[in-house]
Write a protein that binds this ligand. Structure first.
Ligand code: CA
Length: 355
């Protein structure tokens, strides 16, 4: 990022709520070494090359700041939180995490990353909350790691960095992950990844594959695949969190409902079977939305109206969008004090089960 942003933005003032930032990223230094080997290996994933290849090789101030912040779970991160008025970060292994690795490495490294994050949470229990990283490549191992992460390590929530080698959790072979999240009463944060190999080309050729647009398209698709596959009819208590204003799905709700109903009725696709509720019902009942990367009052208000004010919560997206001035913008939204506290604090406490 541009360093001048942190030094010139006024420090946000004291407020009558805690600011909990819910989509904040870290990367163990050892993971960057594994990633470097993947980048140097045969035929790496083009989205991975575009995203991580850039951050790990660019000399730009933004890329260097991001890599430096990602690998710190100590004083620098706490300093940046203090500077931005953030009381607590909910931290997850940055995208694509272990999901770009081969299955065996992914299962092993998820444990390493979770141990490292849990240690930081133990050191700073009032400032950090951590999510469990898992390897969808091995759904049974992922289910066990969810249990270990929640029960033994004291982590809250599961991070899934969208597709895994082009595969989606709508495939029932992955549903042990949903079963474990539901059984451990912990939410899944479905976080973006770059579009997979068979989707990325039209994005890549115009520079729109990353956070600017490709992330949202791919992750919105993933969430919608989970809804239309009937996952929530099987796991009615499952909670999924989406960032970036729900990857735009709340804005699509009317058309999704209309076209889903019409498509099912016409029996156009064998793969699109009836589900118990409308797509938007699942959005309202099984999802939480964060505003990560979107400090836009109108978008937040629309989503609160569509989802309910108890379903929309704050995220900064540190360190990728380390923008202190956005905290002040959101502090000044024209909401009731109760709704502002829900947005910044209590919805996160409920969603992640924070004490
Ligand atoms: Ca993020």
């Amino acid at each position: 990022m541009d360093q001048s942003q942190t030094t010139t933005a006024p420090r946000p003032g004291k407020v009558a709520y805690k600011r909990i930032a819910t989509e904040e990223a870290f990367a163990p230094a050892e993971m960057l070494q594994i990633w470097r080997k993947i980048l140097e290996g045969a035929d790496p994933d083009p989205g991975f090359v575009s995203l991580i290849g850039f951050y790990m090789s660019s000399k730009s101030a933004r890329a260097r700041h991001i890599i430096e912040c990602l690998t710190d779970l100590g004083e620098q991160r706490l300093h940046h939180m203090d500077e931005a008025g953030i009381d607590r970060q909910v931290i997850a292994l940055t995208s694509p995490g272990v999901q770009v690795m081969d299955g065996e490495s992914a299962v092993a490294f998820a444990k390493v990353a979770n141990d490292e994050l849990a240690e930081a949470v133990r050191k700073h229990p009032t400032r950090f909350t951590g999510m469990v990283a898992v390897a969808p490549q091995d759904p049974e191992a992922a289910a066990k790691e969810i249990e270990r992460g929640v029960q033994k390590l004291g982590l809250n929530g599961v991070i899934i960095n969208s597709h895994t080698h082009g595969e989606y959790l709508s495939d029932p072979k992955f549903w042990a992950i949903f079963e474990a999240a539901e059984a451990n009463d912990t939410p899944i944060y479905l976080h973006p990844n770059t579009p997979p190999r068979n989707m990325i080309q039209p994005f890549l050729e115009c520079g729109l594959d990353g956070a600017i647009f490709g992330f949202g398209v791919e992750t919105g698709l993933h969430a919608l695949r989970i809804i239309t596959a009937g996952v929530f009819d099987h796991f009615p208590k499952l909670r999924i969190i989406l960032g970036h204003m729900g990857e735009a799905l709340p804005f699509w709700a009317y058309r999704l409902d209309y076209m889903h109903r019409a498509t099912v009725k016409s029996e156009r696709y064998a793969c699109m079977k009836p589900i118990q509720k409308k797509p938007s019902d699942y959005l309202r009942e099984n999802f939480y939305i964060t505003n990560s990367g979107v400090a836009d009052e109108a978008a937040i208000k629309y989503t609160q109206g569509m989802m309910g004010a108890d379903r929309v919560m704050y995220a900064m997206d540190y360190p990728y969008q380390h923008a202190i001035e956005e905290v002040g913008i959101l502090d000044n939204m024209s909401s009731t004090p109760e709704d502002k506290k829900r947005f910044y604090q209590t919805n996160a406490e409920v969603a992640f089960g924070l004490k």
